[in-house]
Design a protein around this ligand. Structure first.
Ligand code: AMP
Ligand code: MG
Length: 590
């Protein structure tokens, strides 16, 4: 038996990045750019107006206000798409529309709302003059030439995956085509005497072929071009004929016929056509997997087509596709990120793993209270395709694990998330709560030290009421705040402090983006109303009651013994508490 990683490594070693092709930009979505793109124009090409208003000289507005407008002579008008015919001289203005080039002499635009134009119009006044109601600085509402893109700049780098915004940038440069890595053609073949086409009525003993469709749709989803070869029968002749039709593809994917059944002849046919390996991969579902290369004849040149033989069970074929065919297609397309984004989620059902293989459980993931929760999507038989249809993730239970219990943390591959999102892991947050004098701060100190000892990067957050250190009277930062600054930052080598005035108190989820993503764990003292996992510190002498209701708590640290089902950890032993946090919130199951 080989591991999932070994199988993937071997498969990837047989596929190459395909050659580039030049084609219309709109056909390039999701493909990898194969050239550096430079601009030979400035964008915008000219200084232009960002507002509808009046182009003028900022100097001419000096001292202007609503009560004492500055009056300028309107010498013309310019709309987007045309060029100004007049110049703005001192004491004059030109009416201008958004996107229109800034007339010679003008250095700012005052929007209509800051002029008396509306009043003049409604009172039938003289429109050959305009009153400016505020003083403006040079450059106001002016978009300067080349501010987005300057001529000669490197705009898009080779290997960039083209998204709608990059397609837009290419268009703005006036490029109608791009050079991108070609999409792979993937031939798809179902095998089995029991299969009939989806346009045929069912007959006794027969089932509709669903694999061809699920697999072809997967190929398209990841950017390949599927070529459905149809259904191969369980005979050497039928399979040979079908496979021959697929030899001009970049990859061949078959489903079925790889297990030990009597009619499993795919391997015989393949062995005749090329080199083929039959593997038992340490995963469930999807143990039997065939992989090899088929000889193909291209004109007179002999080539090779990688072939992946997926198991026939519909769920197994999809899950093995995800683990092996998907990364192979992405590699051929020139993509750098091949791994499916994974998150850590709280599993809501027990899952047993009996035979020491890596188990991929179909789960439905939801986000609640700042945490991901994964629930198993019903019966998990490898023929039950609706368990896949209900799922948006695959919970990965390692081969070394006997399974997980509801409430454990698991790693989940997110089926509908794009690889480009990278690995999105939620930052584990644990709050230490408890009555005053219960020993929260001491436990925080000990936990921080213990996690540092274990090599974690820790952030600690306290729910406070009073002043903060940089907030003390007399400090420079305090004086800035007194002077009215809404935020005060103090930066020194190796440290940053930040105090911001707020009109309401932030919750933990709002604070985290400010903290930054680089931490392994956030330990919080207080914030007992938050939805993040909480551990309550309890001391007998302060009473038997708890601050939080038991269902909100992940554990209780106590010097007594309480009548509850929640795990109780000994007060005064931070090592045990740290191990509990590590096992439940930091590590995928082991
Ligand atoms: P096999 O790997 O050929 O032994 O097939 C395993 C199971 O998957 C059998 O129950 C097949 O009927 C089923 N199966 C195989 N191919 C398909 C397919 N294309 N569509 C739906 N079910 C299939
Ligand atoms: Mg079969």
């Amino acid at each position: 038996m080989i591991s999932v990683e070994e199988a993937l490594e071997k498969i990837l070693s047989y596929v190459e990045v395909l050659e580039p092709e030049r084609k219309p930009i709109l056909d390039c979505l999701g493909q990898v750019l194969a050239e550096d793109v430079y601009s030979d124009i400035d964008i915008p090409p000219l200084d232009n107006s960002a507002m509808d208003g009046y182009a003028l000289r900022a100097k001419d507005t000096r001292g202007a206000s609503e009560s004492s407008p500055r009056h300028l002579v309107v010498v013309g008008e310019v709309a987007a798409g045309s060029m100004p015919t007049k110049e703005v001289r001192p004491g004059t203005a030109i009416r201008i529309m958004t996107g229109a080039p800034l007339p010679e002499g003008a250095d700012a635009v005052v929007r209509f709302e800051d002029t008396d134009e509306v009043n003049r119009k409604s009172s039938g006044g003289d429109l050959s003059q305009i009153g400016i109601l505020c003083q403006v600085k040079k450059g106001l509402n002016v978009r300067s030439r080349g501010e987005d893109i300057a001529k000669g700049d490197l705009i898009l780098k080779k290997r960039k995956v083209l998204r709608p915004q990059e397609i837009g940038v290419l268009a703005s440069l006036g490029l109608s085509t791009a050079l991108v890595i070609r999409r792979p053609v993937v031939a798809v073949l179902a095998t089995g005497d029991e299969l009939i086409g989806i346009d045929q009525p069912l007959a006794p003993g027969k089932i509709h072929d669903s694999n061809n469709y699920a697999i072809a749709a997967e190929v398209s989803r990841y950017g390949g071009i599927p070529k459905i070869l149809g259904i191969g029968r369980d005979s050497v002749q039928s399979l040979t004929e079908k496979i021959d039709e697929g030899l001009d593809a970049d990859m061949l994917i078959t489903s079925g016929g790889v297990s030990k059944g009597d009619y499993d002849i795919v391997k015989d046919v393949l062995a005749e056509h090329g080199e083929v390996g039959f593997w038992t991969v340490c995963m469930k579902p999807g143990k039997p997997l065939a992989f090899g290369v088929m000889k193909k004849v291209e004109g007179r040149r002999k080539g090779k087509v990688p072939h992946l033989g997926l198991p026939g069970n519909p769920v197994s074929s999809m899950i093995t596709f995800e683990q092996f065919a998907r990364p192979a297609i992405l590699k051929m397309m020139g993509k750098k990120i091949l791994a499916k984004p994974a998150i850590r989620a709280i599993i809501e059902d027990d899952v047993v793993n009996t035979d020491g293989r890596r188990l991929f459980a179909r789960v439905s993931v939801t986000r609640r209270g700042g945490q991901y929760h994964a629930s198993v999507t019903g019966p998990q038989g490898s023929g039950i395709l609706t368990s896949m249809a209900r799922a948006n993730g695959l919970a990965v239970i390692p081969e070394s694990s006997k399974g997980v219990k509801a409430g454990d943390m698991v790693e989940v591959q997110m089926l509908d998330w794009g690889e480009e999102q990278g690995e999105v892991k939620t930052l584990p947050i644990v709050s230490i709560v408890g009555k005053s004098q219960s020993g929260k701060t001491v436990l925080m100190e000990q936990l921080i030290a213990e996690f540092k000892r274990k090599g974690y990067k820790v952030a600690a957050l306290k729910h406070g009421r009073g002043r903060m250190e940089i907030d003390h009277p007399g400090k420079d930062s305090w004086r800035y705040a007194q002077a009215g600054s809404d935020a005060v930052l103090v930066s020194s080598p190796g440290k940053l402090a930040f105090i911001k005035s707020l009109d309401h108190e932030l919750n933990i989820e709002e604070i985290m983006p400010i903290v930054g993503p680089e931490f392994d764990l956030v330990l919080v003292e207080g914030f007992r109303k938050s939805k993040t996992p909480k551990i309550e510190v309890h001391r007998k002498e302060l009473g038997d009651d708890l601050l939080c209701s038991p269902e909100e708590l992940s554990a209780i640290v106590t010097d007594g013994s309480l009548d509850t089902d929640i795990p109780q950890l000994p007060w005064g032993d931070a090592v045990i508490v740290a191990d509990f946090i590590e096992k439940n919130f930091l590590r995928a199951v082991s």
